[in-house]
Design a protein around this ligand. Structure first.
Ligand code: ATP
Ligand code: MG
Length: 268
């Protein structure tokens, strides 16, 4: 297998996006061992808009977010963030790119041995020169905005799943990122908390004006939030556009997925 350094097939100017596209994946291929997870995968996310990625379990949705965040390097293809091609950047420069992003992971991924306040403060310690007092103030503000004012001293294990999820959001937004990545923000939550989370994302989006990429199985959520919906199937985006375009897609794979039907071309 080629290594990153051996990749000489990329010309970073080749597929540079227009200014209104903040995130572009161009013809990305990504493998885990011999398994090809993304192949010919291209996706544009417009600046300040919400792009939702839908698709079957195991389709590679979380992997797309990791590629955007630079946590996974594609084997082939180009990844542009805010005008810069990042897939060939050294780790040191990727850290700079990541500073612009908040990532709320699928399973919250909180640091078990750190308090909630320390978890949320983490990006501020890592990426800013704020003083301890300033960090404490900002953390309290963000926790309060998510209805978590009294939990700063607790450990993640002392919170419910829904609260942990909100702490994950707090950590993702604490340094006002320009790009927000949410992986399954409403999964595993009861309908009321899921609505709270949906409203929270809407507020975050309108307050920060951030470009959001949301991976979700929850079609109600997707229809209500997305400016653009992109469906991933077998490692490729097979359809993308506004909700109406997706709903009316002639592609039988898209229709089967939206209807949740066991009958159709998608192998079950
Ligand atoms: N670190 C890894 N090592 C090996 N294979 C992996 C790794 N991470 C993901 N995969 C595989 O890549 C494929 C895509 O995984 P990914 O987590 O991106 O799917 P997903 O669409 O997010 O699924 P879900 O809806 O269940 O969260 C899966 O087959 C998974 O088993
Ligand atoms: Mg996933």
């Amino acid at each position: 297998m080629r290594t990153v350094l051996e990749r000489d097939d990329r010309d970073p100017t080749q597929a540079a996006p227009p200014d209104n596209v903040e995130i572009r994946l161009h013809d990305v291929e990504l493998r885990f061992g011999q398994k090809i997870v993304l192949s010919g995968c291209s996706l544009d996310c417009e600046r300040g808009k919400v792009t939702c990625v839908i698709g079957m379990s195991g389709a590679g949705k979380s992997t797309i977010l990791r590629v955007i965040n630079g946590l996974r390097r594609p084997y082939r293809g180009l990844v542009y963030i805010d005008g810069k091609e990042i897939s060939g950047l050294p780790e040191r420069e990727l850290i700079e790119v990541r500073k612009k992003m908040g990532f709320a992971f699928q399973y919250s991924a909180l640091f078990d041995s750190m308090t909630i306040a320390d978890n949320v403060a983490f990006p501020l310690h890592e990426h800013t020169s704020l003083t301890r007092t300033e960090i404490g103030k900002r953390v309290s503000e963000v926790l309060a905005s998510l209805g978590l004012e009294d939990v700063g001293d607790r450990l993640p294990s002392e919170l419910s799943g829904g609260m942990q999820k909100r702490v994950g959001f707090a950590r993702a937004i604490v340094n006002d990122p320009k790009i927000l990545l949410f992986d399954e923000p409403t999964s595993g939550l009861d309908p009321i908390i899921a609505n709270v989370i949906t409203d929270t994302i809407r507020d975050i989006h309108s307050n920060l004006g951030a470009t959001c990429v949301v991976v979700s199985h929850d079609l109600n959520y997707v229809y209500s939030m997305a400016d653009t919906i992109a469906m991933l199937f077998e490692g490729t985006i097979i359809e993308s556009g506004p909700a109406d375009k997706i709903r009316n897609s002639p592609n039988p794979l898209v229709q089967q997925f939206l209807q949740g039907s066991v009958l159709g071309p998608i192998p079950i």
